[in-house]
Structure formats: structure tokens, C-alpha cells
Design a protein around this ligand. Structure first.
Ligand SMILES: Cc1cc2nc3c(=O)[nH]c(=O)nc-3n(C[C@H](O)[C@H](O)[C@H](O)COP(=O)(O)OP(=O)(O)OC[C@H]3O[C@@H](n4cnc5c(N)ncnc54)[C@H](O)[C@@H]3O)c2cc1C
Length: 365
């Protein structure tokens, strides 16, 4: 492996590969490392992404959506039009939710390949071990890098090496594959016996569905909750994987010294629904461009913080606030049942997808 580069990106998920793609495209010498032997494997994701139209309306100030989305149709496993939210008592609320499901492993490889096509060097099976200024230690040797990008997920070791905080609330989540046909609408199940403080999901793919759940409280372990949910639905799950979703909003400081944080490492997740693929890519693009502006044109690296905050900061903070409010309701099935009835399908959609009620809806209710 090379022993110096302009930018080392740690983590070849959506955030890191997109950062690497844009930094390399601008002409920088980029090294993209990941501890995984095969990029994208194992999958630990619900694999749903909202349509470009939904992204454009929920994140109206996000630049570059037309470059990042739509996704190559070969990668789409099921077109989705709508969703249903099921209350603890079994009442169903339908709402529109255009989007698609993916095979996350193929998708992550596709993004890493795009970075390589722009000239980034990809080094899988390479673990970040530590960092002292520009000197980065990996399982394949030391690398001197002018900029270091923390795209290594919610438990970011790179952020820790720079003394940056990580997300204050990491919600446990678990997913698996269930074979069969599941139509073309997403299903969300709420209730404290199913997913305390969160929800369970069934996201249809081709010939199978991604089934999982995310919780807020660390009471019953998520594998036990998933087994109970699968048994209740009469499903047999395979390829079970558990992880964490950062749900307290972005971290305070995403640039320190020569380190940038992006994606889950920076808390770039829509806390009201746990989705972070699109936001990781939006911020990855900005991180790659900021690294290039810094190294090629002498702009301060801190411009990245301003860029992503003006792109999606307001929406991420609003979603985190909504999540904190929702936590009070989610703790009681009685309150949840009543609130869902009050909100109806559209209000539930606004909270889950947009991270808050739209003004028109709020005043009508
Ligand atoms: C169960 C679950 C379901 C989810 N469902 C959805 C969904 O349906 N839709 C959605 O939009 N979002 C979903 N999310 C969130 C989404 O997966 C993340 O927000 C997204 O993956 C963030 O991308 P990232 O590139 O920041 O991090 P990751 O995708 O986590 O990538 C980080 C990469 O860093 C690598 N890495 C970590 N440590 C090191 C190290 N020390 N050295 C080298 N490499 C390292 C990892 O191997 C990994 O490849 C879900 C999350 C979970 C846990």
C-alpha cells in the first residue's frame, strides 16, 4: 500500500466512497480504506432509500442531488410507492412514500467503484488503528495523509483519535432477510412489545424482504425482539446483522485539525426515521469538495462544516428534536395509539419522513 497521499478516507460506505469520489475527481491523490474484506459485506441496513423527488422536497437546500441520485436502475430491487404504519392495536395508516429498496452490498461496491473510476485507490481489508496528526497507522502499514476523513460509521475510531465526540445516542438496530413475495409497500410496526421506542419494518425486495427493527431503550436485546417479531409474523429470518443508528443529531464539531467527519461518524442521520444513506452521500460529496478546495486552493477545511450545515443541518436538527419529542409518546402504547389516530397517515408520514409536521398539516389538525 502507498505510504503517502493527499487524503485518506477511512470507511468505504456511502459517506466514504462518495467523499473519495469527489476528492479524486478534483485531482487529489486519494486512498480509500475499509476493514472489510469485501466492500458492503455483511449488510447491516434496511436497504430503503427515498426517491429523488422525496429527497428534494425533504432536503430542499441539499446541493448535488441530481449528480448523486437517481441510482442506476440495475441496483434497484423493488420500486416502492407507499407505506403503511401499524399501531400497537393493529390499526393501519397508509401514506405515500416513493422510493426503492437496494442490495446494500452491491450498492456500496457500486459507490466504491465510482470512486476508483475517478482515480481513488481502494484498499479493502485495511483497518484504521490510530492517528497522530498526518501519520495514520493501519493494519497494512503507516500512511502520511494531509487530510484524514472519518467515514468509519457510528463508533468512529478516527473521530476518537482527533478528540471529536461521537453521537450521544446510538440506537440498537437489527436486520435480516426473509424469503418470499411481499408486494411493493413498506410496512412499519409500532408498539413496545415489538420495538420499544422505535419500530419494526418489512421492506420488500425481489423474492425476499428486509425485515428488522430499531429500538431506543436498551431493555430486551434486539436479537430477542427480532426473533419474537419473526415468530409473530410466521417468518424465517436469515443473515441476521445488528448495528447502531446515531439518533441524537449531528455531532457538535465535524472538523478538527486535518480531520473531517462524515456520514454516521458525524451523526448525519435523519433521526426521526433512522435513514442515513442519502445524507451520508450528500455530506460525502461536500467533504470531498471541501478537501479539494483546502488542498488545491488554500480554503480553510472548516468550510466543510458550514457547507453541510447550510445544506441539511436544519433538517437534521429538526428531525433530532422531533425524535426526542416522539420518544415521550413512543414509551407508552396508549399514547402511541392515540397520537397515531390524531395524526392520521399524512401526519405520521410528515413525522417519519420529514422529521416534523408540515405547517399546513399542523394548523389543519
Ligand atoms: C439495522 C440498520 C438499518 C438501517 N436501515 C436504513 C435504511 O433502510 N435506509 C437508510 O437510509 N439508512 C439505514 N440505516 C442507516 C445507514 O445504514 C447508515 O446511515 C449509512 O450506512 C451511513 O453510511 P456511512 O458510510 O457513514 O457508514 P457505514 O455504511 O457504516 O460505513 C462505514 C464503513 O467504515 C468501515 N470501518 C469501520 N471502522 C473501520 C476501521 N477501524 N478501519 C477501516 N474501516 C472501518 C466499515 O467496515 C464500513 O464499511 C440503517 C442502519 C442500521 C444499523
Amino acid at each position: 500500500m502507498q505510504d503517502r497521499c493527499d487524503v485518506i478516507v477511512v470507511g468505504a460506505g456511502p459517506a466514504g466512497s462518495t467523499t473519495a469520489r469527489y476528492a479524486a475527481k478534483a485531482g487529489l491523490d486519494v486512498l480509500l480504506i475499509d476493514k472489510r474484506r469485501v466492500i458492503g459485506v455483511p449488510v447491516c441496513c434496511g436497504e430503503f432509500n427515498a426517491s429523488p423527488e422525496v429527497l428534494a422536497s425533504t432536503l430542499p437546500n441539499a446541493p448535488g442531488l441530481d449528480e448523486l441520485f437517481p441510482i442506476d436502475s440495475q441496483l434497484i430491487r423493488r420500486e416502492i410507492r407507499e407505506a403503511v404504519a401499524v399501531s400497537p392495536g393493529g390499526r393501519e395508516y397508509e401514506f405515500e412514500l416513493p422510493g426503492y429498496t437496494l442490495d446494500r452490498d452491491a450498492f456500496d461496491r457500486h459507490l466504491a467503484d465510482a470512486a476508483v473510476r475517478e482515480g481513488a485507490v481502494l484498499s479493502p481489508d485495511t483497518k484504521f488503528l490510530g492517528r497522530e496528526g498526518r501519520q495514520v497507522t493501519t493494519s497494512r502499514g503507516d500512511v502520511e495523509a494531509r487530510v484524514v476523513v472519518a467515514a468509519d460509521g457510528p463508533l468512529s475510531r478516527v473521530c476518537r483519535s482527533a478528540g471529536m465526540e461521537r453521537s450521544a445516542v446510538l440506537a440498537p438496530a437489527i436486520t435480516c432477510r426473509v424469503d418470499g413475495e411481499f408486494g411493493d409497500r413498506l410496512q412499519f410496526f409500532f408498539g413496545n412489545r415489538i420495538a420499544p421506542g422505535g419500530y419494526a419494518w418489512i421492506f420488500p425486495k425481489r423474492g425476499c424482504a428486509n425485515v428488522g427493527l430499531g429500538v431506543q431503550k436498551r431493555g430486551t436485546p434486539v436479537p430477542v425482539l427480532l426473533r419474537t417479531f419473526l415468530a409473530r409474523m410466521g417468518f424465517a429470518g436469515q443473515d441476521v446483522m445488528a448495528g447502531f443508528v446515531p439518533v441524537s443529531g449531528p455531532i457538535q464539531e465535524t472538523v478538527r485539525g486535518n480531520v473531517l467527519a462524515v456520514g454516521d461518524a458525524a451523526g448525519h442521520v435523519v433521526a426521526s426515521n433512522g435513514g442515513g444513506i442519502a445524507t451520508a452521500m450528500i455530506c460525502g460529496r461536500l467533504a470531498g469538495l471541501a478537501a479539494a478546495d483546502h488542498l488545491l486552493r488554500g480554503e480553510p477545511l472548516a468550510a466543510y462544516e458550514r457547507e453541510w450545515r447550510s445544506a441539511i443541518g436544519r433538517e437534521l436538527l429538526a428531525a433530532a428534536r422531533t425524535k426526542r419529542l416522539a420518544d415521550r409518546v413512543l414509551g407508552s402504547d396508549f399514547l402511541l395509539e392515540r397520537t397515531m389516530r390524531l395524526l392520521g397517515g399524512r401526519g405520521i408520514a410528515d413525522i417519519v419522513i420529514r422529521g416534523g409536521l408540515r405547517k399546513a398539516h399542523a394548523s389543519r389538525e
